[in-house]
Design a protein around this ligand. Structure first.
Ligand SMILES: *[C@@H]1O[C@H](CO)[C@@H](O)[C@H](O)[C@H]1NC(C)=O
Ligand SMILES: *[C@@H]1O[C@H](CO)[C@@H](O)[C@H](O)[C@H]1NC(C)=O
Ligand SMILES: *[C@@H]1O[C@H](CO)[C@@H](O)[C@H](O)[C@H]1NC(C)=O
Ligand SMILES: *[C@@H]1O[C@H](CO)[C@@H](O)[C@H](O)[C@H]1NC(C)=O
Ligand SMILES: *[C@@H]1O[C@H](CO)[C@@H](O)[C@H](O)[C@H]1NC(C)=O
Ligand SMILES: *[C@@H]1O[C@H](CO)[C@@H](O)[C@H](O)[C@H]1NC(C)=O
Length: 601
């Protein structure tokens, strides 16, 4: 065996079939070699090359029978349906970033001899009447959990595992690389990126499907059955305004790997057949009952809101028209009074009062006061100069801070006998290194006017997932950027909450905001374990598929969560999908409305 390998390095491989080039792993066994007399039928053409399908296929589902021939040479302006012999070419593994997977292709093509023309080039059907992609696992190297820790313990390009296309999504798409395929019954599971690339599924079996037609990430399942539709091969452009759940005419195109994702390059642009109706969700059904037995609370990441943000009026309108002006709102990503201008200003009074006025302008019966703590300049991460922070909007006719006594950027809140708070509101352990360049949770204790007792709130915005590698990337399990920081932040926040509940396990505590993590990943599992809080989505009875507030790549997913203590009763919750469903949302996150009983017991 070793001798054979050595020999094949010394002599150019001759007269190979395409399956011998593509091989049954990710990386070609003939990588770097010059091959001769590659025979096949031209199935499609692109601006820089063409695709060739074997006339001598094998019976192994792991090996692709087609390959891309790259190069703007005399060999490449071909006619679809021709059977040709390519005299020579080099087997090349190509990628544009070390974080991506390779595409196996033929480069430096030699001469072409045309043998015949007008041959059949039927696409391989992917779907109910053809091949079905795996729906749960991406790669054998993920060890059963694409969200598992530690991350990046191995790389596909190094291990180069044997493909198992029936079990693993990446193996499935790799085994079809270069093939002409069709996708009947396609629908969008995302919005297009700026190039018009859109994630879809066909009429094949899926998991995680939500009522809108998107695919929601669930425990250990990040939906490898979705595929990206890339730039059309005929030079046309995909529509840029499609939305989640749109249906398309059947798609025919070439499977390839480029810019970090398996994708299908359609022969021509996507054509929308229909869009889901209504275009936007109805307003929340949850409204304040007028007493402590049915308080409504909103939570909304308002995406870098400053007094001059173009989205400010739309955010205000969302709060009135979709959240129905709840008496308390947890807000994340409030910027300082001059937004991203990078100077010493840290106050957000103008931002918050402008938002409050904009709400009242739309709904004259709404009235919001606000509270927040200015950070030390440039210590909260996010857009440079913006000094984003979390804040509360509250209706002073309904709620007041219990014995208001705001903390500062550097004062650590404490739980005093009662339980009550040393600072109201105050930050949790703001000088802990876990919060470097990140938002510190804002804790408050509230009283409902004319009611006895109080309840506690914790408004969080944990560190972002920046630095993550993609689900289709080389690193396995994929890098979950910032996960160690979020784990530390989750523990600190949870320990603070646990110290409230240690004094009174019936104290109502509500933690909500942008946790930048999924419920089934280590930081939030630890948060629940230490705090003793329960997931409000679960208590409210939302099915796992309907738990989403964000759209990223092929997944609807939940970054924004609400957790409550046992003293919080009658939990109802709605994620209002104005931004995941729409094309022109005010924010990248959906807001949430919670309705709870927080009466003293
Ligand atoms: C390639 O095909 C040509 C024409 O049939 C033949 O002359 C040549 O020997 C073949 N080359 C190899 C390396 O098999
Ligand atoms: C292509 O064909 C020409 C003319 O027959 C020949 O001179 C040349 O060597 C061939 N090139 C390759 C790369 O086979
Ligand atoms: C994964 O680990 C490899 C080996 O240490 C490293 O080269 C690569 O950059 C890492 N990938 C990511 C996305 O961090
Ligand atoms: C912001 O508003 C608060 C409460 O109204 C006030 O105490 C504080 O001085 C204001 N800060 C600035 C910088 O105006
Ligand atoms: C609280 O009581 C006062 C006086 O009885 C009344 O005017 C006010 O409307 C009440 N507020 C609420 C929120 O019920
Ligand atoms: C967080 O707490 C968990 C226990 O739930 C523990 O296993 C883990 O080591 C802690 N991590 C950090 C960074 O504090």
């Amino acid at each position: 065996m070793k001798l054979l390998l050595l020999l094949s390095f010394l002599t150019a491989a001759s007269c190979v079939s395409i399956f011998e080039i593509t091989g049954d792993r990710f990386i070609s066994p003939l990588r770097g070699q010059r091959v001769s007399n590659v025979t096949g039928i031209v199935t499609a053409k692109g601006p820089d090359g063409f695709w060739l399908r074997s006339v001598t296929p094998d019976r192994d589902a792991s090996t692709s029978e087609s390959i891309y021939v790259f190069g703007r040479t005399a060999a490449t302006p071909r006619t679809v349906g021709e059977q040709i012999v390519l005299s020579t070419a080099t087997v090349t593994e190509f990628r544009t970033s070390a974080d991506y997977l390779y595409l196996t292709e033929l480069t430096n093509p030699g001469n072409v001899t045309v043998i015949s023309s007008g041959n059949d080039v039927s696409p391989i059907v992917i779907g109910a009447r053809g091949l079905n992609p795996p729906t749960e696992q991406y790669s054998s190297l993920d060890n059963g959990d694409v969200f598992g820790l530690p991350n990046n313990v191995s790389q596909i390009s190094v291990v180069n595992p044997v493909l198992e296309p029936q079990r693993y999504g990446l193996d499935f798409w790799e085994s079809l690389t270069g093939e002409l395929v069709s996708v009947p019954g396609a629908r969008a599971v995302a919005r297009p990126n700026r190039f018009g690339d859109t994630w879809v599924v066909g009429d094949w079996r899926t998991t995680g499907e939500n009522e809108r037609g998107g695919l929601t990430m669930t425990d250990q399942d990040a939906n490898p059955e979705a595929i990206l539709i890339g730039t059309p091969l005929d030079g046309s452009r995909n529509p840029s305004t499609t939305v989640l759940g749109d249906s398309f005419e059947d798609i025919t195109g070439i499977v390839t790997q480029a810019f970090g994702f398996y994708r299908i390059l359609p022969l021509t642009s996507l054509v929308v057949i229909s869009s889901p109706q209504p275009a936007l969700p109805p307003p929340t059904e949850l409204t304040y009952s007028g007493n402590c037995g049915g308080l409504t609370i909103g939570s909304y990441n308002v995406e870098n809101l400053s007094p001059t943000s173009p989205n400010l009026n739309q955010i205000a309108s969302d709060i009135v028209n979709y959240l129905r002006s709840p008496p308390l709102i947890f807000i994340q990503e409030i910027q300082d009074d001059n937004g991203p201008t990078n100077d010493a200003i840290v106050s957000a009074n103008l931002t918050l009062s402008t938002l409050s006025r904009a709400i009242t302008a739309i709904n004259p019966s709404a009235s919001y006061a606000f509270t927040n703590i200015d950070p030390t300049d440039d210590t909260n991460g996010g857009q440079p100069g913006g000094n984003i922070r979390t804040a509360y909007l509250f209706d002073p006719r309904v709620l007041r801070l219990r014995s208001a006594n705001p903390g500062t950027a550097t004062s650590a809140n404490e739980v005093l006998p009662g339980p009550t708070l040393r600072f109201n509101p105050g930050l949790i352990d703001p000088l802990n290194p876990a919060w470097v360049d990140s938002r510190k949770p804002l804790v408050a204790e509230w009283e409902i006017l004319n009611s006895t007792g109080s309840f506690f709130t914790v408004n969080v915005h944990f560190a972002s997932k920046g630095g993550s590698s993609s689900l289709h990337g080389d690193a396995r399990p994929p890098v979950n950027g910032g996960v160690d920081i979020r784990l530390a932040q989750a523990n600190i926040t949870a320990n603070f909450i646990a110290s409230i509940l240690a004094q009174n396990s019936n104290a109502p505590v509500i933690a909500s905001g942008d946790f930048n993590e999924f419920a089934f990943v280590a930081p939030l599992e630890s948060f629940v374990e230490i705090s003793g809080l329960r997931d409000a989505d679960v208590l409210a009875g939302l099915s796992p598929e309907e738990r989403y507030t964000y759209l990223f790549d092929m997944n609807t997913q939940q970054l924004d969560h609400t957790y409550v203590s046992r003293g919080v009763r009658n939990v109802e919750l709605e994620h209002v999908h104005i931004n995941t469903w729409g094309a022109n949302g005010a924010s990248d996150h959906d807001p949430t409305v919670l309705k709870v009983g927080v009466c003293a017991r």
